[in-house]
Design a protein around this ligand. Structure first.
Ligand code: PLP
Length: 370
């Protein structure tokens, strides 16, 4: 089967130049650079920092991590130095301070599940005092604010993963807030790369391919073999250099982020009420500040993979063991809190409403899995 549609080039003439004005601050500006994924943005900013300070190759990264973000820094030439993330998902600036050496050039911090790191301003001061670049990983925090200041404007640079919040097949962004760092260059994806991603995305939406299905299996399921230019989800060399596609820009120009944010907040508050009633001890984030746009509703269970498996057998699709894979970039024995979070966090999707029978099933499963 040939997946090489011409949609990408055909759409080029239909995209408004200011397609990003629908996005929240700080991305509704011509300064924002749009990339195929968030990891492309991280790779691009890393290359620029390494060019700026070729002798300083260390970057501090959070222990609680998915691995893809660390891989993109390492592929750009950084050495990652891990710092602890505590069981409340917060970062302690003193831990960061202990990790800084004469080779450190940057610190990466992550705003998990849409919730701002409460010590962001202190961390920024620490970076200023030590002449380090601060990169905010806002992959999970689109449209959020901390004390009325948009997330992504504290750091010298920030990255975003639009596709986690918006119904688009791919999409990331890079914002550079420091005049010292020149913008990296990205190139548009081929027709083949973007139509393959669209195909993959629609297949996932229709449950044709569960999220962890290997990409080669998906290709062979439609009688196609893996092409050479399929984009960075596979982290192939060259993939990191790709910008956002016309397909994603076209969709972004037609989406209302404020409507999406309002629905996510509403669903989060409903779940918060429910869990406060039945399982208050499983709640991780018990307050939703007015400026927070949650990615999902995370809870702590004894074994998230096991609970998710039971849920899947009973037809529940809205739950996911979050980042349970112990990737190779962190020494897990040394970071017990992060390891614990890896095995215990179950993320409830805010992309869909639960029916009342699905909620009953879920509560029943939780009652057996303490
Ligand atoms: C914290 C964090 N950073 C970076 C990324 C990479 O974003 P993307 O998948 O758009 O490359 C992810 C994605 O899972 C993430 O959760």
């Amino acid at each position: 089967m040939n997946l090489d549609f011409q949609l990408e080039s055909d759409l080029a003439s239909c995209i408004p130049k200011n397609f990003y004005t629908q996005l929240p601050q700080p991305l509704s500006t011509p300064k924002a650079i749009f990339t195929l994924y968030g990891r492309n943005a991280l790779h691009g900013i890393s290359l620029q920092i390494i060019k700026y300070w070729p002798q300083k190759r260390e970057i501090l990264v959070p222990s609680y991590s998915c691995g893809d973000e660390i891989e993109s820094l390492i592929k750009a030439g950084f050495t990652s130095i891990t710092y602890p993330v505590h069981s409340n998902l917060e970062i302690d600036p003193h831990d960061l301070e202990r990790c800084i050496t004469s080779k450190t050039s940057a610190i990466l911090i992550t705003h998990y599940f849409g919730f701002p790191q409460s010590n962001t301003s202190q961390i920024k001061k620490l970076c200023e005092a030590n002449n380090l670049f601060l990169i905010e990983d806002c992959a999970q925090a689109l449209g959020g604010k901390l004390n009325d200041q948009p997330l992504g404007t504290f750091g010298h640079a920030s990255i975003f993963s639009l596709r986690k919040f918006l119904p688009i097949p791919h999409g990331g962004a890079l914002l550079i807030n420091s005049p010292e760092i020149p913008p990296p260059q990205f190139q548009p994806p081929s027709n083949q790369a973007s139509s393959f991603d669209l195909f993959l995305y629609l297949g996932m939406l229709q449950n044709l391919f569960p999220p962890s299905t290997p990409i080669s299996d998906i290709y062979s399921s439609v009688g196609a073999s893996l092409p050479s230019q399929h984009g960075p989800r596979l982290s192939k060399e060259g993939g990191y250099k790709l910008s956002i596609s016309n397909i994603a820009k076209f969709l972004v120009s037609r989406i209302s982020f404020s409507d999406i944010a309002a629905v996510r907040r509403k669903r989060f508050l409903l779940l918060l009420e429910l869990f406060n009633c039945y399982y208050p001890n499983l709640i991780i984030k018990s307050v939703l500040e007015k400026n927070v746009v949650p990615l999902n509703f995370p809870i702590l269970v004894y074994n998230s993979s096991k609970v998710a498996d039971i849920g899947y057998q009973k037809g529940l699709k809205h739950i996911q063991p979050f980042w349970s894979y112990l990737h190779k970039y962190v020494k897990w024995n040394k970071y017990k809190d992060a390891r614990n979070l890896k095995s215990k966090i179950l993320a409830i999707s805010l992309n869909h409403d639960f029916s009342s029978s699905q909620l009953d099933t879920f509560l029943e499963i939780l009652s057996h899995s303490k």
